[in-house]
Every structure is written in structure tokens, then in C-alpha cells.
Design a protein around this ligand. Structure first.
Ligand code: CMC
Length: 392
């Protein structure tokens, strides 16, 4: 195949130039727009981090107020969109609903995504961020057969999401400050992570000049798989399986090493981090604080800790430089807040939305951008004769 170089899984291919997120995988460094993640975590809200990721600098008070107003104004779904929910079966996976409904936004809001000046792009970003949250909560309500709850106009982004998730007609849900803080942290730690599978997907779609909403709905689909965003569900399922079977964690580690039943240690390993995942460090501490503040004990946190310690002292994991990633502890936080397991990957999607939008925008803003069109190494036959049906 001549000049084509194969890089299986793109382990060593830079697919683009980007000024959004910096990662040094050997040193465990993650920065959004040059600011270390440790400085953003606990100081900024998710919305502030989102604006930083998308627009390249910390928002001024004016930026922040304007963007908050845009989020509030655009929090309601188009009333016609609610009809789509009637078509989904009860118990449909919320990720299936989210990806379909974000694409549906393109149909309901063409005026929003078809304008290309800076003001319109900020509006489109706010529409997507705000409505993705409303759709996510509605997907959950629909999946449990409860009526969809309208957003409020007097509470912030995360509170509003929890309100739409957990309020019922006879009782308004008021989340605790601790839960709101923890969810803000969870979301902002997911806000961007350079060219992961879903973000590369968004850029691929965006490179054809597809609109922001269509590009980001492709990102939701890519995120769903268990090797990517679906890992936060897979971790909890793995911990539950271990607990129910009464298996010793060392026994599970042995199974992983021997690839018995094809099991992996979910929530471990990363293509880029070869030392530690800084998000996982922050989330482990946050999970411990959260459970303590909420006076909750979760046997899965203890089991997770034990499993991580057993793996981290095992040669298999040491040699391969496998460490807990962002998905290892995040599920413990989401469980403590009361979110059901099938919403975990949806939460990741809401968190990653700023990164997808920022990457879409980077492509959109580049006048010299070329369509993404990787090559392949063809390995099939080259000289096959066509035969009439009677001879096949
Ligand atoms: N458990 C057991 N062995 C593993 C694991 C694991 N979690 N991860 C990697 N390995 C082994 C892998 O089998 C290979 O061994 P060998 O050299 O003997 O064939 C070696 O480590 C190198 O791994 P790789 O498969 O080349 O790594 P990759 O960069 O292609 O895949 C990964 C990265 C994250 C998909 C992988 O580590 C994995 O499947 N982890 C579990 C799923 C998971 O937690 N995903 C979330 C990733 S972080 C957030 C996100 O992207 O959503």
C-alpha cells in the first residue's frame, strides 16, 4: 500500500492542532486552556469551566451573566420535542434517547445552528448545554414512566438538573449543597480531554461542516461504549458482581490477569496517562468527602479502594502502567447523589458537552480546515471475478 502508514487505534497520530486541552500523560498533568485541573476543581462551577473550555479564557462577570441568562432562557425543550418522548418505549436506555434527541434539536432549532457569527455561536452553545441537561432529565423520567418536569428559572445549572430529575408533581426536590458541589465537580472534571474517541468523532463530523448539534450527537453515540464513557457503568456493575459473588478482590485481579471470561479491570488503564489520572485522584478524595458529609456508607467504595490497592501492587498492572482512570470513582459519587446507574454515561455526556462544542468551534473557526479523511491499509482480496447467481 505504498506510502500509507498504519497506526492501529491512532496511538501515535496527531489528528489536529488544538489549543483547548493539554495533557502530559507521563506526569499526570491535565490543563484546560492552560489552567491546571486542580486549580479549576472546587473553585469554578461547571458552567464557568464550560465557558473557559469553549471560549478560551475565564469568563468576566459580564460574560458569566450573559451566558447564565442564555442558559436560563434556553432551558426549556421545544414543546413539540416532548412528543418524541411518547415514541420511546419505557425502559429505553437514556443514552439512546439522549443521542436521538440531541440530533432532533437540529430539526427543531435550525435558526440557532445555521448562523455563524460569534454571538450566534455563543447562543448555540448555551442552547445545546442547557437543553442537553433538560433532555437528559426527561430521558430519565421517560425511562421510568413518570411525567417530564419543566425547568425552573430561579436556580443554577446543576440544581435545575437535579430538580428535573427528582421532583414529582406532589413534591419539589431540593438537593443538598453537598450534592450540588459534588455534581459540579464531576461535570467539570469531564469537560474536555483532548482527542478521545467521542471528541475525535465530533471533529470528524464537524470537518464536513456539519452543524454543532449534529456533530455533538455523534459524540454521544461514540461515548456510549464500555471502553469509553460506558466504563462508569461497567465499574459499578463489576463491583456489584464481585460483592454479590463474595469473591476476594485478589481472586478478581487473578481472573483479569488470566483474561478469564475476557474480564478487564474496568475503570483502569488509559491510552495517554501512564502514571496516574489526575481526575481520578480528585474524584477519589471527593467521593470520600461526599460520603462522609452525606453520612452515607457505600460498601462499593471500600471494595473499589481494596480492588485498586490490589491491582496497584500487582506486577501485571505495574508493568503495563495501568492506573485507575476517571471512571473508577465517579460512579460512587453519582450513586451517593442518588443517580441511577443507567444515567451515569448520560452524566458523562453532559460533562463532556463543552469539550465537544469547543472542538467543533475550533474546526469551525479555522478557515483553512480540511475535511478529515484517514486512509487505510487494504487487506482484502484484489482480483475476484463476479459470478452469476446460479454459479455462486
Ligand atoms: N484491565 C486489564 N488489562 C488491561 C486493562 C484493563 N482495564 N487496560 C489495558 N490492559 C492491558 C491490555 O490488555 C494490554 O495488555 P497486553 O500488552 O498484554 O496485550 C495492555 O494493558 C495495554 O493496553 P491497551 O489495550 O493497548 O490499551 P489501550 O490504550 O488500547 O486502551 C483503554 C485503553 C482505556 C480502552 C483500556 O485500558 C481499557 O479497556 N480499560 C478499561 C475500560 C475503561 O476503564 N475505560 C475508560 C477509559 S478513561 C475515560 C474514558 O475514555 O471514558
Amino acid at each position: 500500500t505504498g506510502y500509507i502508514t498504519l497506526d492501529d487505534g491512532y496511538g501515535n497520530t496527531g489528528s489536529c492542532k488544538s489549543a483547548i486541552t493539554y495533557i502530559d500523560g507521563d506526569a499526570g498533568i491535565l490543563r484546560y486552556r492552560g489552567i491546571p485541573i486542580e486549580d479549576i476543581a472546587g473553585r469554578s462551577s461547571f458552567v464557568e469551566a464550560a465557558w473557559l473550555v469553549i471560549f478560551g479564557k475565564l469568563p468576566t462577570v459580564q460574560d458569566r451573566n450573559r451566558f447564565s441568562d442564555l442558559l436560563t432562557e434556553n432551558s426549556m425543550m421545544n414543546e413539540n420535542m416532548r412528543k418524541h418522548f411518547d415514541g420511546f418505549p419505557t425502559a429505553a436506555p437514556p443514552m439512546a434517547i439522549l443521542s436521538a434527541m440531541i440530533n432532533t434539536l437540529s430539526a427543531h432549532e435550525p435558526a440557532v445552528w445555521s448562523a455563524h457569527d460569534d454571538e450566534s455561536i455563543e447562543r448555540a452553545a448555551a442552547v445545546l448545554l442547557s437543553k442537553a441537561r433538560t433532555i437528559a432529565a426527561a430521558a430519565y423520567k421517560s425511562s421510568i414512566g413518570e411525567p417530564i418536569v419543566y425547568p425552573r428559572y430561579d436556580v443554577k445549572y446543576v440544581e435545575n438538573f437535579l430538580h428535573m430529575m427528582f421532583s414529582v408533581p406532589y413534591r419539589e426536590y431540593k438537593p443538598s449543597k453537598t450534592a450540588v458541589k459534588a455534581l459540579n465537580l464531576f461535570l467539570l472534571l469531564h469537560a474536555d480531554h483532548e482527542q478521545n474517541c467521542s471528541t475525535s468523532t465530533v471533529r470528524m463530523v464537524a470537518s464536513s461542516q456539519a452543524n454543532m448539534f449534529a456533530s455533538c450527537s455523534a459524540g454521544v453515540c461514540a461515548l456510549w461504549g464500555p471502553l469509553h464513557g460506558g466504563a462508569n457503568v461497567a465499574v459499578i456493575e463489576m463491583l456489584e458482581r464481585i460483592r454479590e459473588s463474595g469473591m476476594d478482590v485478589k481472586e478478581y485481579v487473578r481472573k483479569v490477569k488470566n483474561r478469564e471470561d475476557g474480564v478487564k479491570l474496568m475503570g483502569f488503564g488509559h491510552r495517554v496517562y501512564r502514571n496516574f489520572d489526575p481526575r481520578s485522584k480528585i474524584l477519589r478524595a471527593a467521593a470520600e468527602d461526599l460520603l462522609e458529609e452525606m453520612h452515607v456508607t457505600d460498601p462499593l467504595l471500600d471494595l473499589g479502594r481494596e480492588l485498586a490497592d490490589a491491582a496497584l501492587s500487582d506486577d501485571y498492572f505495574i508493568e503495563r502502567k495501568l492506573y485507575p482512570n476517571v471512571d473508577f470513582y465517579s460512579g460512587i459519587i453519582l450513586r451517593a447523589i442518588g443517580l441511577p446507574v443507567d444515567m451515569f454515561t448520560v452524566m458523562f455526556a453532559i460533562g463532556r458537552m463543552p469539550g465537544w462544542i469547543a472542538n467543533w468551534k475550533e474546526i469551525h473557526d479555522d478557515p483553512k480546515g480540511r475535511i478529515y479523511r484517514p486512509r487505510q491499509v487494504y487487506i482484502g482480496p484484489t482480483d475476484v471475478q463476479w459470478k452469476p447467481r446460479s454459479e455462486r
